[in-house]
Design a protein around this ligand. Structure first.
Ligand code: SF4
Length: 421
C-alpha cells in the first residue's frame, strides 16, 4: 500500500498535468523554466503554470521513451555529445509534446531562462525559442566564483527581476505584480523547506530510514518542480516527515525496489545525478549490497536548504535572488568539494561515489579532481562510475555492477584493516 505522502504527490502531479493538458481550452498560460533557479512562487503569483523541461526529460527516461526521442533529435542533427536531457526534450516536442502523464503539454506563453551555472541552459532555450514564438527572458544569475554571495550580486539579480522578469510576467499574464501574494507563497515555501531538510537529515540515524539519493528523488519532486510555495507542498512534506519520524522510532531502514532494507551494511554519499533509464536496476545494485545513500548532491540541484537558507517573505525578491545563486549548479568547485566532505563526515559515511554523467559536460568536468580532494580531506575511499541521464546506450549494467562490487569490497577491506586500493 502506498504511503499518504506518495498518494498526495501523485494527485498533485495528476492535477497539475491535467491543468496543463486543458490549458488551451481554459486559457491558462504556462511558463517553461529550469529546475535550478526556478521562480515557482513568482510564476504562481501570476497564476501561470510552470513546466520544467528537465523533469519531462527524466520522466521520459523512466518511462522508456527517451531512446526514441533522442533518436528523433539526432536525426535532426543534434550531435551525440549534446546533453541528453536536451535531445530527449526536443525529441518529445517533435513527437507531439506528450508529457509524463501521457497528456499533451501546451506550448509555452513565456520562456523563462534562469541561468544558474550551465551553458547548455542557454543553448537549450535558444532551440525552444526557434520552435515557439513566445516572449523569452533571461535571468542572469552570477556564478559563485569566490564561494560567496555579495550585496552587489544580490542587487544585480533583484534589478533584473524588477525591470525585466516581472514586467514581462505582467504582460503575459495580464495581471499586476502582487507582492503580498508572493510573500504568502514564500512563507509556505519556508515551512515545506524545514520539513524537507528534516527528512534529508534523518539519514544521520543508524540505520538510515531513507535512501537520500534514489528514494529522495521522490522527496524532492514537489519542492523542485511546480509546487514550492503552495499549501499542497506544505501538506506533502508534513505527511512525509511524519512517516519518516515513525520509521526512525521503529528503527526501520529505507524502502528499496525489493521492499525494506533490513541490514544496512554500507553508508555512502553520492555526487552526480542518477541514471533514469535503468533507475530501479541501478538502485537495486546498491540495495543488493546493503548499501544506503545517506546524502547526495543531486538532491540540492534545485536548492540548497541544509545550510540554513529559507525563502524569506520579509525580503521576497532578495530571497529569490539568494535562492538562485545558492543552487548546487551555481556553486564553485571548492564549494562542491566542501559539501561532499562535510556530508561524508556528518552522515558518518563509509565513503563516497561519483556517478559521472557522459553527456553533462558542465558537471562532469572536475569530478576526478573532486574525487582526489574529498578522499584527501576525509580519508575515506571514493569510487567512480559512469553512466548517462536518459540515453540507455550509456548504461552498462555489468560494468557498473562490477565497479560497485569492487568498491564495497574495498570498504570491507579497510574496515578489517586490510589492503586498500
Ligand atoms: S547541468 Fe548537465 S544535465 Fe543539466 S542541462 Fe546542463 S549539461 Fe544538461
Amino acid at each position: 500500500m502506498k504511503d499518504t505522502s506518495q498518494l498526495r504527490q501523485k494527485k498533485m502531479l495528476a492535477d497539475h498535468f491535467g491543468r496543463l493538458a486543458r490549458a488551451e481550452e481554459t486559457g491558462e498560460k504556462s511558463v517553461y523554466t529550469f529546475v535550478p533557479g526556478n521562480l515557482t512562487e513568482l510564476i504562481l503569483s501570476f497564476d501561470l503554470l510552470p513546466v520544467l523541461p528537465e523533469i519531462n526529460a527524466l520522466q521520459s527516461g523512466m518511462r522508456g521513451k527517451s531512446r526514441e526521442y533522442i533518436a528523433v533529435a539526432e536525426r535532426l542533427g543534434h550531435s551525440e555529445d549534446v546533453c541528453t536531457y536536451v535531445k530527449s526534450d526536443i525529441g518529445m516536442m517533435k513527437s507531439g509534446n506528450v508529457g509524463p502523464t501521457g497528456e499533451r503539454l501546451p506550448a509555452p506563453s513565456l520562456l523563462l531562462l534562469s541561468y544558474t551555472g550551465c551553458f547548455t541552459f542557454l543553448k537549450w532555450f535558444e532551440l525552444l525559442k526557434e520552435e515557439y514564438h513566445c516572449p523569452i527572458v533571461m535571468l542572469h544569475v552570477p556564478y559563485q566564483g569566490d564561494g560567496k554571495i555579495t550585496e552587489s550580486m544580490r542587487s544585480y539579480v533583484v534589478e533584473q527581476l524588477r525591470r525585466k522578469v516581472i514586467p514581462l510576467m505582467e504582460e503575459v499574464s495580464g495581471r499586476a505584480y502582487d507582492e503580498d501574494r508572493l510573500k504568502e507563497a514564500l512563507a509556505l515555501s519556508a515551512k515545506a523547506e524545514d520539513d524537507l531538510v528534516w527528512v534529508l537529515e534523518s539519514a544521520k540515524n543508524r540505520p538510515s530510514p531513507i535512501d537520500a539519493y534514489f528514494g529522495a528523488v521522490y522527496y524532492i519532486g514537489p519542492m523542485f518542480s511546480a509546487f514550492r510555495g503552495t499549501q499542497g507542498a506544505v501538506d506533502y512534506y508534513q505527511s512525509l516527515r511524519s512517516e519518516i519520524e515513525q520509521r526512525v522510532v521503529e528503527r526501520r531502514g529505507p524502502l528499496t525496489p525489493d521492499g525494506e532494507l533490513e541490514n544496512e551494511r554500507y553508508r555512502v554519499v553520492v555526487e552526480g545525478p542518477p541514471n533514469w533509464t535503468s533507475f530501479r536496476e541501478f538502485w537495486k545494485m546498491f540495495a543488493d549490497e546493503g548499501a544506503v545513500v545517506v546524502a547526495s548532491t543531486y538532491t540540492k540541484v534545485g536548492g540548497v536548504y541544509d545550510t540554513g537558507f529559507r525563502h524569506d517573505p520579509e525580503h521576497p525578491l532578495e530571497s529569490l535572488a539568494d535562492y538562485c545563486m545558492g543552487c548546487y549548479t551555481n556553486l564553485s568547485l571548492p564549494q562542491r568539494v566542501s559539501m561532499l566532505a562535510r556530508y561524508v563526515t556528518d552522515y558518518r559515511a563509509d565513503g563516497f561515489l561519483i556517478n559521472s554523467i557522459k553527456s553533462c559536460n558542465s558537471f562532469s568536468a572536475g569530478q576526478l579532481h573532486i574525487l582526489r580532494e574529498v578522499e584527501n580531506r576525509v580519508g575515506r575511499p571514493g569510487g567512480f562510475i559512469e553512466s548517462d541521464l536518459v540515453d540507455p546506450r550509456y548504461f552498462s549494467a555489468s560494468n557498473i555492477k562490477n565497479r560497485l562490487e569492487s568498491y564495497f569490497q574495498m570498504i570491507e577491506q579497510k574496515r578489517s584493516g586490510g589492503a586498500s586500493a
